[in-house]
Design a protein around this ligand. Structure first.
Ligand code: GAR
Length: 201
């Protein structure tokens, strides 16, 4: 199984979608650790429920983004993580993290990139008046929300959508494409190294 480390800041529904895909044997992986940065994040409770160790690295305790990322790298390495999943991680990451896991960090973002980068992507789409938005799974590079796109799903914006109703429909798609994208990465990684492709993929 692919050894995953998940990073989350809040609710953790995408963490749970990955855990569920593993439980349903749609993904041949194991979540080694959840790293979260906000005390009380619901993601931590979800991890504990699944028996996944949850490690709090509160960004407020660090002097710089680099110092936080160094501690994240050490923690991921301590748990022997091979691939990193940013599942609602709301902090900008630095070269320190990206260099430690080159082309091995995946992010889920609630828009059709390259539209609506950064925070409040759902609100940006709603306020701009576009009729279609969605979500994107991409590889992480230092430039925010700009790495190679792996999968996208489109979601129509309905006339009476609110931030909540639209985000809820986007999340339904996120929960599908995030595990699918991890499986795709796993498959191409195995193919690239000549190892046997896991039967679940
Ligand atoms: C998700 O919608 C994800 O796309 C978004 O945060 C939400 C986390 O939900 N991420 C970003 O906006 C990253 N810039 P979750 O905690 O329920 O998984």
């Amino acid at each position: 199984p692919l050894k995953l480390g998940v990073m989350a800041s809040g609710n953790g529904s995408n963490f749970e979608a990955v855990a569920e895909a593993i439980a349903q044997q749609q993904l041949n992986a194991q979540i080694q650790v959840l790293i979260y940065n906000n005390p009380g994040a619901k993601a931590a409770a979800r991890a504990e429920k699944c028996g996944v160790p949850a490690v709090l690295l509160n960004h407020r305790d660090f002097n710089s983004r680099e110092e936080l990322d160094q501690k994240i790298v050490e923690t991921l390495q301590q748990y022997q993580v091979e691939w990193v999943i940013m599942a609602g991680w709301m902090r900008v990451v630095t070269q320190v993290l990206v260099d430690a896991f080159p082309d091995r960090i995946i992010n889920i973002h609630p828009s059709l990139l390259p539209s609506f980068k950064g925070i409040n992507a759902v609100e940006q789409a709603l306020n701009t008046g576009v009729k279609i938005t969605g979500c994107t799974v991409h590889l992480v590079s230092v430039e925010v929300d700009s790495g190679k796109i792996l999968l996208q799903a489109a979601v129509p914006i309905l006339p009476d959508d609110t931030l909540e109703t639209l985000h809820t429909r986007i999340q339904i798609q996120e929960h599908k494409i995030l595990p699918q994208a991890i499986a795709i990465c796993q498959r191409s990684h195995f193919l690239g190294t000549g190892e046997e492709v896991a039967s679940q993929c």
